[in-house]
Write a protein that binds this ligand. Structure first.
Ligand code: ADP
Ligand code: MG
Length: 257
């Protein structure tokens, strides 16, 4: 066997949201078992409310499952306490959000350097890594701009650069092109494609069939379970169905007149 190492391994992962005062608990994930190997480029699709963000939050160690096991790069994350988990997250995960999540009061350089400051990276190395990451996404000439002085596409590039600083084993993107026009979205996807070619392991949540089509593997969720997991050409129809399902689920949530 020459299979690549497992980056993500989920076994019977369950997430139940139960809030005080809420009448019914929400079963957001109902027993997810899957493996993602090093270098895979995975799209997660599914109607609104199907559990995509819940999964991403658990993969990103921002939240913990109710039951089941998550191994990240061979580490069972349930054995880590909150401090260890946050440290492990900082070293292992790069997160790219729909809203970029940059700090508006900081320059591009500061947005890149400050997280490393908190991780105890020495100043010269912080500077060097921030420059290298900015260069990698084509923003070396915007280091002293603030986010408000950048286009949406440039802000997302900064966010990608920030996600790359620690050379994470797993890059997670939740609707990374959701707030961008389609031409800018294509440029951001080209950056992600490039990271894939460089060997990164990427998981992208998307509503866009064009995005899913360029990944190697598409995993479709419905009501907290995986209903499709395979190559994008086979999933093309699934993505179409997903849009129909999304519309249907919106209709279902519209109260009858
Ligand atoms: P998606 O990202 O696919 O739209 P989510 O993972 O956000 O879906 O949500 C899955 C289900 O869990 C939905 O029914 C949603 O309302 C519910 N949910 C998500 N987050 C919470 C939360 N913090 N508390 C309670 N219910 C939640
Ligand atoms: Mg979501």
């Amino acid at each position: 066997m020459n299979e690549r190492p497992e980056i993500v391994r989920l076994e019977q992962l369950v997430k139940v949201y139960s809030q005080a005062g809420a009448e019914v608990a929400v079963h957001a994930l109902r027993g997810i078992t899957l493996t993602i190997r090093q270098g895979e480029y995975v799209a997660i699709i599914g109607a609104s409310g199907s559990g995509k963000s819940t999964l991403m939050n658990i993969l990103g160690c921002l939240d913990r499952p109710t039951a089941g096991t998550y191994w990240l790069a061979g580490q069972d994350v349930s054995t880590l306490d909150d401090d260890e988990l946050s440290d492990f997250r900082g070293r292992s995960i790069g997160f790219i959000f729909q809203n970029f999540n940059l700090i508006q009061a900081q320059t591009v350089l500061e947005n890149l350097e400050v997280p490393m400051f908190y991780q105890g990276v020495p100043p010269a190395e912080r500077r060097q890594r921030a420059f290298a990451a900015a260069q990698r996404v084509g923003l070396a000439d915007r280091l002293h701009h603030r986010p408000s002085q950048l286009s949406g596409g440039q802000q997302q590039r900064v966010a990608i650069a920030r996600a790359l600083l620690n050379d994470p084993v797993l890059l997670l993107a939740d609707e990374p092109t959701g707030n961008l026009d389609s031409a800018t979205g294509q440029l951001i996807l080209a950056v992600l494609d490039e990271l894939h070619r460089a060997g990164k392991t990427l998981v992208i949540v998307t509503h866009d069939r064009g995005v899913a089509a360029r990944c190697q593997r598409v995993i479709e969720f419905r009501d907290g379970v995986v209903i499709h997991d395979g190559a994008p050409d086979a999933a093309g129809a699934d993505v179409g169905r997903h849009h129909a399902a999304d519309a249907a689920s919106r209709e279902r949530t519209t109260p009858p007149a």
